[in-house]
Design a protein around this ligand. Structure first.
Ligand code: ADP
Length: 619
């Protein structure tokens, strides 16, 4: 940082030295020219300042859009005419012999006219500072043109302009007084400028003041000369060059350098903004060229695909796709469509990350065209849809499972009812009762499954309403266990609840559903039988109910997944237990609706315990 500042100061200094050296060289050259031929010097010096004066006009005029006040525009117009009058002065200079009959007097008259125009313009220009951009430029131009023509006519045609130089005597009183007057005007102009210094950049103000001071000094030297070829005249012209150059610098600074700096700063800012938007976007953006190679990728794309940026850029796009029909093959087809200039929206493809793992993505591609309408590259957005795809697959699986779970009890029910109807006469009352009991059991399971589905659809639609009241959990536990018992003979059911457990504040039917789901799982996932125990205790202002079994258990990694939708663990699927993976999700939603929480404690092979909390009755 320090080094950078140091370098900056150094380059600035260097530039200043160069400008000063170039300036000194120009002045030295002019001086040498003056030694050789004063007329040559005068012409060169004047032409130099005339060119600069026109330059001031050209810059101010063309950058008027950037100028936020009319000061410089007015000066620009003024210097156009100052330059024009100075040109007339140069051409009329003694020895030029361009306007026959005109001598030193006319040249001096033109000089003083140019200085008046310059001085008065510098005097009034600060008044235009507060005018914004409302300067009526054409009116100003016409006024200057008119004033200049009148002044020139009064010198060359009407001969009414006061004498400035008398041959053999020197400068007239009018000329001398005028020079002092111009100095005075310029001093007031400096004062006004200083008063309005807040409206200028510091550097620009310094240039302006330095320029006016140079003009004042130049004017003072011109009051001395007796001979238009003398030393004061030489120094005066030097100072005039310096003065014009400084104004020119000030106009360039304000009209070009500063606005460009602002423009570049704005441009840089907006570029940074868009770059940030592109780089930090929570989607992957990739650009592919017509040669099929990746040209650009944002940070998210790098993260998603797992390649470092320099390995991603330049890589053929198809390498990113999995070797499947929905991977490489589809990507190639989409690429052809992109080459044909077609826009592609939300196409599902299979990609392959750097580590070889696959993912599903949704791809949208917009071709970028050049001015002739040819495709040059793509803007592609890649959204990782693996999660949704998996969800979708789970849903499909779930629909299959539900249909199966609905069909098997229905088959049993239809079968038993048909048997009783057709074979009724031949069956003993005991056999008929057994058949109908089987049918009732299956009907119960069916109704339970439909109940779970209904509860979930209510949760999904945000329409789960609880009918809470103060209830004794013992009774409900007792009833639910009685309902489960017929489903499993090899299990021993134990209820372990202290008799003084306070009442809970819950929806009795929902509590029954939670318990039924947990007890049914305990039965399903302990195929070897064993004890199924329901516990209850008071804990930190709520009840904790537990359902314990001695079944297959659940590994720690699986425990986290259990309460999500359609989750069925590998072991239970392989074990052949029926189910659709909704019971625990329903339990979780119902417990949460009561303001409680549900969790599992389990060791694989040694059984599981599911706990949930219920709020206590306030009454
Ligand atoms: P399911 O209809 O499959 O039983 P649940 O949502 O009730 O659905 O349970 C989800 C999964 O959690 C089950 O498939 C099973 O793998 C596991 N699980 C649930 N309860 C137990 C338990 N008591 N013992 C072992 N695993 C269980």
């Amino acid at each position: 940082m320090e080094q950078a500042t140091f370098r900056l100061i150094n380059t600035r200094k260097l530039r200043l030295y160069l400008v000063i050296s170039a300036g000194v060289l120009v002045l030295l050259g002019l001086y040498l020219a003056s030694r050789y031929n004063y007329l040559l010097f005068h012409s060169l010096a004047e032409i130099f300042s005339i060119v600069v004066a026109f330059g001031i006009f050209v810059v101010a005029w063309n950058s008027r859009r950037f100028l936020d006040n009319s000061y410089f525009l007015l000066l620009g117009i003024a210097y156009l005419f100052v330059g024009a009058i100075d040109l007339a002065h140069t051409l009329a200079y003694p020895g030029m012999n361009i306007f026959p009959g005109y001598e030193t007097n006319e040249a001096a008259q033109l000089w003083i006219v140019a200085r008046y125009v310059e001085g008065l313009s510098l005097l009034v220009a600060p008044l235009f500072l507060s005018l914004g951009r409302k300067l009526r430029i054409y009116l100003v131009l016409v006024s200057y043109a008119l004033a200049t023509s009148l002044l020139l006519t009064s010198i060359f045609y009407w001969n009414i302009f006061p004498q400035a130089f008398v041959e053999g005597v020197g400068l007239t009183l009018f000329k001398k007084v005028s020079e002092y007057l111009v100095c005075l005007i310029l001093l007031v102009a400096v004062g006004l400028l200083f008063q309005k210094r807040g409206k200028f950049d510091k550097g620009v103000l310094r240039l302006l003041i330095a320029s006016i001071v140079a003009t004042i000094t130049s004017e003072l030297t011109f009051t001395f000369y007796v001979d238009p070829y003398g030393l004061p005249n030489l120094i005066g012209h030097f100072l005039k060059i310096v003065s014009f150059y400084l104004i020119y610098k000030a106009v360039i600074e304000t009209g070009l350098v500063a606005p460009y700096n602002v423009l570049f700063r704005n441009l840089k800012q907006s570029e940074d903004q868009y770059r940030d938007l592109y780089e930090e976007a929570p989607n992957a953006y990739i650009s592919v060229g017509v040669d099929g190679h990746i040209k650009m990728a944002n940070r998210y794309a790098v993260k998603l695909l797992g390649y470092p940026l320099d390995e991603l850029v330049g890589r053929p796009f198809y390498e990113l796709y999995a070797d499947t029909a929905s991977g490489k093959t589809k990507a190639q087809k989409l690429f052809q469509r992109f080459l044909a200039g077609e826009e592609i929206r939300d196409e599902e493809l299979e990609m392959r990350r750097a580590d070889g793992s696959k993912m599903w993505i949704s791809l949208s591609v917009r071709p970028i065209l050049d001015e002739k309408g040819r495709v040059v590259a793509s803007r592609s957005m890649v959204i990782d849809t693996t999660k949704y795809k998996e969800m979708d697959q789970l849903k499909d699986e779930f629909i299959g499972l539900v249909s199966h779970e609905l069909r098997s009890p229905l088959t049993v029910i239809t079968g038993t009812v048909n048997t009783v109807l057709t074979e009724g006469a031949r069956l003993s009352p005991e056999e008929t009762r057994q058949l109908l009991q089987d049918a009732a059991l299956e009907a119960g399971a069916l109704s339970h499954l439909l109940g779970n589905l209904l509860e979930l659809s209510r949760v999904q639609a945000n329409r789960l309403f609880l009918y809470t009241e103060a209830i004794s959990v013992q009774n409900i536990i007792q009833d639910t266990v009685e309902r489960i018992k017929p489903q499993s003979l090899p299990h021993q059911f134990v209820i372990n609840i202290p008799s003084n457990l306070p009442p809970a504040y819950a929806d009795p039917l929902r509590l029954e559903r939670i318990l039924y789901n947990l007890l049914q799982n305990a039965v399903k996932y302990s195929p070897q039988g064993g004890e199924i125990r329901v516990s209850g205790k008071l804990d930190e202002g709520h009840l904790v109910i537990g359902v314990h079994d001695q079944g297959i258990g659940i590994s720690h990694s699986d425990q986290a997944k259990l309460f999500g939708p359609f989750q069925r663990l590998e072991e239970s699927r392989l074990g052949g237990a029926g189910g659709v993976g909704l019971g625990l999700l329903v339990c979780r939603r119902l417990v949460e609706a009561h303001g409680g929480r549900i969790w599992v404690e389990s060791e694989p092979g040694r059984g599981s315990a599911f706990f949930f909390t219920l709020p206590l009755s306030k009454g």
